[in-house]
Design a protein around this ligand. Sequence first.
Ligand SMILES: Nc1nc2c(c(=O)[nH]1)N[C@H]1C(S)=C(S)[C@@H](COP(=O)(O)OP(=O)(O)OC[C@H]3O[C@@H](n4cnc5c(=O)[nH]c(N)nc54)[C@H](O)[C@@H]3O)O[C@H]1N2
Ligand SMILES: Nc1nc2c(c(=O)[nH]1)N[C@H]1C(S)=C(S)[C@@H](COP(=O)(O)OP(=O)(O)OC[C@H]3O[C@@H](n4cnc5c(=O)[nH]c(N)nc54)[C@H](O)[C@@H]3O)O[C@H]1N2
Ligand SMILES: [Mo]
Length: 749
Amino acid sequence: MENQKEQQEANEIKFIRTTSAFDCGGRCPIKFHVKNGKIIRVEGDDLADEENQLRTCLKCRALRKEIYHPERLKYPLKRVGLKGEGKFKRISWDEALVEIAEKLKYTKEKYGNEAIFLPMGGGYIGAYHHPILAMIRLFTHFGGFSTHHGNVSSEGAVWATMTQYASPFVGHSREDMLNSKLIILWGWNPARMNSGTDALYYLIKAHEKGAKVISINPKYSDTDVVVADKWIPIVPGTDVTMMVAMANVMIKENLHDQLFLDKYTVGFEKFKEYVMGEEDDVEKTPEWAEKICNVLAETIRELAREYATTKPAALMDCQGPARSAMGGQYNRAAMTLSAMTGNVGRKGGAACGGLMGIPIAHMFFGPFILPPSRNPVEENHPDRISVRGSVNLKHRLRTRVHTNKMFDQILEGKEGGYPYDIKFGWFCGNNFLNQLGNTNHNAEALKKLEYMVSVEKFMTPTARYADIVLPTTSMAERSDLTRPWPSGPYFGYMNKAIELVGECKHDITIAEELAVRLGIEDFKHYDETRQLKRFWRGTKDIKEHVTDYDKYKEDGIWRVKLDEPYVAFKKQIEDPENNPFKTPSGKIEIFSQRVADINDPNLPPIPKYLSTWEDRFDSLIEKYPLQMLSPHPKNRVHSELYHVEWLKEVDHHRCWINSIDAEPRDIKTGDLIYVYNDRGILSIEAWVTERIIPGVIVIHEGAWYTPDEEGIDRGGCPNTLTKNAYAPDGACCLKTCLVQVSKDKPEVK
Ligand SMILES: Nc1nc2c(c(=O)[nH]1)N[C@H]1C(S)=C(S)[C@@H](COP(=O)(O)OP(=O)(O)OC[C@H]3O[C@@H](n4cnc5c(=O)[nH]c(N)nc54)[C@H](O)[C@@H]3O)O[C@H]1N2
Ligand SMILES: Nc1nc2c(c(=O)[nH]1)N[C@H]1C(S)=C(S)[C@@H](COP(=O)(O)OP(=O)(O)OC[C@H]3O[C@@H](n4cnc5c(=O)[nH]c(N)nc54)[C@H](O)[C@@H]3O)O[C@H]1N2
Ligand SMILES: [Mo]
């Protein structure tokens, strides 16, 4: 009888509401259907009305296919083959943790704590289970670790906004697009890369309501297909020429908002001198720009007039184009145009800057589970980094290697001019071999590490180089708090839906168990459920908005109701006396003295177009005539969800190439082609399409690096071709890359 009842209960379908926590611009509400302890179905948001519903994305709807994927890691593994070869054997947790603890102690004694390297990683965005936070705490207790600086996503945009506005919160809540008359998508493609779960919905609504939408992008994007009234294709990396040429037209035709500039900005005169050619005898006319960016001068003129005279207008720049050798110059020029047209702080306008975040429901994580002290390796260093986003980059370089140089540091160490000699690497929440520039070089570096641990859900290209791979839990196996970026505003409550799969352990549990083996006695254990409530109670931002914790938990989401759309810098514009910008001048700094003081010609104090390496004017173009773009994938979060067959079907991984480039190479859709440069060779299927301009190819990021015995990457990971370099402002240069394409296999070096 008892058994029957239990059976009946188990057979019932339970609904568990949660919010996803991928490192994605979306944060989707999810309703899991759980039967017999197993997720059998995934639904989206059904708690809100049509208007407020958050449209759960295709990736989250396929979640159970990831959670139960046959290749999901379920036990600790020890490498038995060569690094990268992928041969591992199952071991017990006890064996794994004993060995790791020994290696950590050995490394500390022999080389010092600085030899322990902890790469950051955003793979999971939850407050309690954040893998990196757990490890920062453990390693701080253990005497410290070394790490890196420079946000892989957005350092160019962060640098630009901190320079010009001294604030990263440059976004509007998305419904404000309904107030725009003109929306310019300048390298923004929210139909592919989620940029707020509600972004595309409001963009479509705004378009339906009559806003004109113009897109400036080398590729005719998925968003353009849906909403663009006009597509202006542009040569990658040359946006600043078009932007300053638009400024030139506005100045000449007196279309700019001089009153706004006088009242709220500093340094416009210096920018004007550059634009009008007084600084360098080159006037930045549309004809000048046309020669570089390949947009007709007349098109530039028209857009300048339209943007300056249609009010309000929202120029939506983003981070992608700045993740390049040109860095945040593009965001700085966009912010300047926004000020010139008086669209900053205005409903239906946009402040630009690419980050798009708003400060509401933007609690920061982990105040209660961070270590009690600073990382000792940096604490005792005279050049410890102070503020993230500080414009003084040079200062930062002395304690931390740049993100896109972390593998160089492993290879070359102090002798090569890097801060430390690295011996031990702990990789969690990232797949950096795959996701940073120059995979072949990164693989060499991982081979050189004395010891490496990877905590993962899957045997990623990075994990294949580890000595020990530990299996971690998925988001369905955890309770946590999360929040969206870049837009919102809402808080997510993640409810644990199923028991831990296989022998998987949470990252935080791994840290706790390792602490015991390392003899760290004061490493605190926090109870998950109680800790989440404490987060809520102790975090002003959540507590202020979330008035009913139990409902928040039950619904898996708490929506913050705004009386009117959030508009960045509204206060600064409406009441500047009492609300100065946080810049040294208290105004929008079109000219920045702080940047001028760095005195680097490649880091100009006003936004400027600078030609870069591997652009169309680099002599390397003769050998490698095509620019490669590697935008974010629609069907994955970077390299996550790679195995999910449903998602593979959505968007086949293939190389976009224009017929003008394909025909002379005898390439047809479906052909296997080789894409290469001096850094590597990859193979991929071709898609001949007019949706990308001639001279440019597209390979989406996140495909798994899979070198064959000759070293050809059969997985088609674009970072096999990108450079391990950073821009003068700290941006990772993952979009600046020259390649050649052929149908025949090129010679392997
Ligand atoms: N589905 C999905 N959504 C995601 C992510 C994901 O992996 N998958 N990742 C999330 C993360 S971590 C981030 S940082 C954001 C990233 O968001 P972004 O960095 O903005 O995204 P990207 O796809 O790299 O680039 C956006 C667009 O810029 C265009 N572009 C590239 N170069 C140029 C150029 O020189 N000029 C112009 N005008 N356009 C250019 C590309 O064609 C592309 O359409 O997305 C987030 N959202
Ligand atoms: N060519 C090119 N390269 C790019 C970009 C580009 O535009 N072009 N974009 C860049 C950008 S914006 C970003 S943000 C980076 C992303 O770079 P990464 O952060 O390296 O990319 P992900 O593929 O998201 O890797 C996250 C990993 O964390 C694992 N993971 C998820 N949750 C957990 C957890 O709770 N614990 C542990 N231990 N692991 C977990 C996942 O399985 C996954 O393997 O890629 C960058 N790389
Ligand atoms: Mo990112």
